[in-house]
Design a binder for this molecule. Structure first.
Ligand SMILES: Cc1cc2nc3c(=O)[nH]c(=O)nc-3n(C[C@H](O)[C@H](O)[C@H](O)COP(=O)(O)OP(=O)(O)OC[C@H]3O[C@@H](n4cnc5c(N)ncnc54)[C@H](O)[C@@H]3O)c2cc1C
Length: 400
């Protein structure tokens, strides 16, 4: 008789991390990936102009990340000192984004936050816009708070759920052992992390099937859906899970990431990147200054522009024209030598009231098929990592 195992659908960061932590507990795993590669949204590529990332360029330091990287034997690449400077466009580039008239309410908010006042917490089903306007001046709410989230969650941040987005500000803080802070990556980029995970999984006896279209469920095995939201809805349906019906309203948004390489002029703004508020009619949501964030990226000046869903299907020349128009407003003219496009039509879950309503019902992860992914509360990789570790412990305790 075959030994009971965990079958994981999806070999993105969620699925690979889960496989790693299960194997660490001695639990056999089989990963079934629909596409021909591991990593899902994550991937690093070498172009003739330099390094590019298909989605995330790094992930936040955490104890779980330190543990993972020690386990799989890969070394961090710490960010460059200059990356500490961050900009926001408020008529001109500002590295400290507060205007004089915005100070009184910002100070009041800070005091209330330090005093742990419940008045500043998001209310049930309050949108980010309602929460921000309740706690800050309107100009700060729109120009800084809503803009701050647009590069992460895509456009129309006003309608997003304040409770879901503010979890890291108001949720329980875990005590940290690591002294590492901020965003970390690897010399070979996020692709090195994926390769490290794949190698570690396979060397511990885990099996990864690529191009896997065989969705037969083996009775007795435990199943975990580790895909994005759209695929998870379909898979839950194929498992005859009643939760699939409850997920019908949940939506994903597309996003376009374009890495552009310019001949450096020496006069560019230096730092992590810049947020580009929609109130100033930018096409892009924000830009990352890659060559200022991590070393080993390019001899050119590398910048990644994040654009909303409406740009995913636009002709490339048109998109580049829009990017250059945005850039001309905050950087000196420079020769564009090359670009690399990553279009994700269905990449990110929309963190709106529907998702908040669904998550409040707490319908998932009580039995197989379990789920892990970026629609369960947080979109970022460090949270996905900690969620995968917690789920591995739960499966280990309740199923084996
Ligand atoms: C442009 C962009 C920039 C980002 N930047 C950052 C950042 O800087 N920092 C950060 O922390 N996060 C960032 N994120 C978010 C982060 O990258 C994602 O949340 C994360 O990679 C999602 O990983 P996942 O494994 O849950 O899903 P995915 O990466 O979508 O992986 C799911 C996998 O499941 C597979 N699959 C689908 N259907 C099936 C099926 N039926 N059977 C089997 N397999 C299937 C897919 O092929 C895929 O490989 C960014 C995202 C984007 C789009």
């Amino acid at each position: 008789m075959n030994k009971k195992k965990v079958v994981i659908y999806g070999a993105g960061f969620s699925g690979l991390c889960l496989a790693h932590f299960l194997l660490k507990r001695g639990i056999p795993v089989e990963v079934r990936e629909k596409s021909g590669v591991c990593g899902g949204l994550l991937g690093s590529h070498t172009t003739e102009w330099g390094h590019t990332e298909s989605a995330a360029n790094g992930l936040l330091a955490s104890d779980d990340l330190v543990e993972l990287c020690e386990d799989i034997g890969i070394k961090f690449l710490k960010p460059l000192a200059v990356n500490k400077k961050r900009y926001i466009f408020r008529g001109h580039l500002m590295s400290f984004p507060v205007k004089l008239t915005e100070w009184p309410r910002l100070i009041l908010f800070t005091l209330r936050y330090l005093l742990k006042s419940s008045a500043i917490r998001p209310k049930e089903f309050e949108t980010l816009q309602e929460w921000a306007e309740r706690n800050f001046s309107k100009s700060f709410a729109h120009g800084v708070i809503l803009t701050g989230f647009q590069g992460i969650y895509g456009a129309n941040t006003g309608q997003l759920s304040a409770t879901l987005l503010m979890q890291s500000l108001f949720g329980k803080k875990k005590a940290r052992r690591t002294e590492l802070k901020g965003t970390l990556s690897f010399k070979g980029g996020m692709g090195e992390l994926i390769q490290g995970l794949v190698h570690s999984i396979e060397s511990q006896g885990g099996i990864i099937h690529l191009n896997s279209v065989n969705m037969t469920q083996d009775t007795g095995d435990v199943s975990v859906i580790a895909t994005g939201l759209t695929a998870a809805k379909k898979l839950l349906e194929s498992f005859d899970s009643p939760v699939a019906e409850e997920m019908k309203n949940l939506k994903c948004a597309g996003i376009l990431s374009v890495t552009c390489f310019f001949k450096p002029t020496g006069r560019e703004p230096r730092g992590f990147g810049c947020l580009l508020p929609s109130e100033y009619s930018f096409n892009s949501l924000g830009v990352l200054f890659n060559t200022d964030i991590f070393s080993h990226r390019s001899d050119y000046r590398s910048e990644t522009y994040i654009l909303p869903e409406s740009y995913v299907d636009r002709p490339k020349e048109d998109v580049i024209e829009n990017i250059l128009a945005d850039r001309s407003r905050f950087a000196p003219e420079a020769q564009l030598v090359g670009s690399k496009f990553y279009a994700w039509p269905d990449a990110l879950p929309v963190y709106n009231k529907d998702l908040e309503t669904f998550l409040r019902k707490d319908l998932l992860n009580h039995k197989s098929p379990y789920v892990v992914g970026n629609y369960l509360g947080e979109i970022g990789l460090s949270k996905i990592l900690s969620r995968a570790k917690t789920l591995a412990a739960k499966i280990g305790e309740s199923e084996f």
